[in-house]
Design a protein around this ligand. Sequence first.
Ligand SMILES: Cc1cc2nc3c(=O)[nH]c(=O)nc-3n(C[C@H](O)[C@H](O)[C@H](O)COP(=O)(O)OP(=O)(O)OC[C@H]3O[C@@H](n4cnc5c(N)ncnc54)[C@H](O)[C@@H]3O)c2cc1C
Length: 374
Amino acid sequence: MLEVIVVGSGLAGFGVALALWERGAAVTLVDAGRPGGGATGASAGMLAAQYESTADSPKFRLCLESRRRYPVFAARVAELCRQDLGIRWDGMLVANLCEREHVDADEVACWQREAALRAEVVGPEEAARIQPGVSGDVVSYLWLPDEGQLDSQALGAALGAAIASTDIRLIAGNGVREVKVSGGAVAGVLTVDGRSLDGERVVLAAGAWSGSIAGASGRRLPVRPVRGQIVRLAVSEFALGPIIASHAGRYVVPRGRGTVIAGSTMEEVGFDRSITEEGCRVIQDAAAELIPALAGRKPLEQWAGLRPISADSSPIIGPDPEIEGLFYATGYGRDGILLSPLVGDLVAELIVTGETELDWHPFRIGRFTELDSE
Ligand SMILES: Cc1cc2nc3c(=O)[nH]c(=O)nc-3n(C[C@H](O)[C@H](O)[C@H](O)COP(=O)(O)OP(=O)(O)OC[C@H]3O[C@@H](n4cnc5c(N)ncnc54)[C@H](O)[C@@H]3O)c2cc1C
């Protein structure tokens, strides 16, 4: 049986571990904290492949394919953890706050329709019919009816239970310090408390911390943390269905029980996961711009997470070109909840069979270095 160590049990590591286990590998997941305790459980849970995609690209195609596979993945995880993950496909309204955004959104809707996707620009009255309570003080909205969402706080909390109902071995609360390399191939990992674990393959999926693990090709992965804050607000006036978002990356997402979550910030503050009054204010102002009834609401809760952002903001996927048996599944940035099922399958296929029909080349680690011989 192929023995694989997956470093990190956020949704990225979990996605790879699950796909490997389903393909018959013996999998050990090692996490410095607990499953889902990183960006995964802190995220907004949007399954938004079309939002923020201004042109067709390999990353856009990756996001679309992962969205297509999501219902099967989510049902599988819900069955394993025996919890409802709140997945729903109610779409997304993106506010065009000025004429420029309206024109750009029109172009985006055009090329996305040419790519056989549903996307249209609607007026404020039509938007209010889709979702009562949205701001009428906009030029128009981009309506993306096929975008989805899940309850990422429920997902983060449930990952441990999902892992426990498989044969995947979990080592939690003990981070990996170093990847062991012997004769040009991986041999396993060394943990922070000095344990040596053997494995024929190692997958680096430690989110924003992926660049802190030594031994991987003797170089640091170009992945950095970018903090995002979120606040939870009560809303009793109406039930929110679709996600309401702005082109500046702010959004309001329904969270059930009469609440919504609003986000987010993009802050370069290293590994600092603190919440701030300024972050709360910025998010609340943006939420009120999208849904005026949210103005002045006292937050019920506020939290922060660290997105793993690569040097070119695209994921890092696939094998290391120098060290045999070392693989990457990281740098998913703002789309890690969306991308994890597809990349999990992709990396598992590469590990088990050495090939995949999915095009991972645009995301190979070699693009950052002179090691890339292509
Ligand atoms: C505020 C916010 C909102 C977001 N909203 C969305 C969204 O709506 N849709 C979307 O698709 N994405 C969203 N994202 C992005 C998404 O959350 C991330 O891309 C995704 O969770 C990354 O998953 P991951 O498993 O790589 O990282 P994480 O979930 O951070 O998991 C990394 C794991 O590695 C562990 N670890 C760290 N160091 C070590 C070590 N040395 N050894 C072993 N383990 C280690 C950590 O403990 C952690 O459990 C959002 C992120 C944030 C912060």
